[in-house]
Write a protein that binds this ligand. Structure first.
Ligand SMILES: [Zn+2]
Length: 246
């Protein structure tokens, strides 16, 4: 599997000496998915981040229903998700690597995730999210800054990221008590996007011991972004096409 990298022109000789390769068709630098390559090329894997994840094979969109805290009406809320993933952390100066694979249900692993900035979401996925859901970047008074968030379908009020992704009360959280877990998970729609290149993502992943329950009880479906009739797996080039066109 390949991982594509943003390498500035003036750094190309250094990056090449560290093992980066050039893809003429994608017009982008890449490396093969190996821990030693991530460590060597950490400057362009991590950039200014303390840690990133590298999604392998699947990313997800998860859809549930919350009650708006302002108007009380039921509204659709969405999150992101990853299956098995790689984790590079420690900052570019002291990079470390781990592989997160719980192996409880091989092939159907799901962990809830979120991105606080639109630029951290592949443009093709962002287009899909913004055209299907009440998602946009707006100012949160309680947090005191702008972030990418769900909004009520009825009154437009921001539905806070902390509640949706961190609170055990969230309809998207697997941290429910055992007696409520199956009901909560059964109400979720989990859309699986097969990817043929690994993706470096600045997403926060929420790991819980109950994560097995998402795809065991939630209803799964495929979301095929690939424009290649021979495969359901979407490429990096397709997912990031809009960015390249700019
Ligand atoms: Zn509302």
């Amino acid at each position: 599997m390949r991982v594509y990298l943003d390498i500035p022109y003036e750094k190309k000789d250094l990056a090449m000496s560290l093992g980066a390769r050039w893809s003429g068709s994608t017009k982008k630098w890449y490396t093969f998915s190996k821990p030693e390559n991530y460590i060597k090329l950490s400057e362009w894997i991590l950039k200014d981040n303390y840690d990133v994840i590298i999604a392998t094979e699947f990313i997800y969109v998860i859809e549930g229903t919350a009650h708006c805290w302002r108007c009380g009406l039921p509204t659709t809320v969405v999150g992101l998700g990853v299956g098995e993933f790689e984790h590079v952390f420690g900052g570019a100066d002291d990079p470390h690597y781990e592989y997160i694979d719980e192996c409880l249900n091989p092939g159907i692993e799901f962990h809830l995730a979120w991105a606080e900035k639109e630029s951290d979401i592949p443009p093709m996925l962002l287009d899909y999210l913004e055209s299907h859901y009440s998602l946009s970047t707006s100012y949160s008074k309680s947090v005191g800054r702008k972030y990418f968030a769900n909004h009520c379908d009825h009154c437009g009020t921001i539905q806070g990221n902390w509640f949706l992704f961190m609170s055990p009360q969230s309809p998207l959280s697997s941290l429910a008590e055992k007696s409520r877990l199956i009901d909560r998970m059964s109400a979720l729609k989990i859309k699986c996007i097969p990817i043929c290149d690994n993706l470096i993502l600045n997403w926060r992943v929420i790991l819980s011991p109950n994560d097995y329950a998402y795809l065991t009880y939630g209803s799964g479906e495929s979301l095929v972004f690939s424009t290649n009739p021979k495969t359901d797996y979407v490429s990096y080039k397709e997912l990031y096409k809009r960015q390249h066109d700019l």
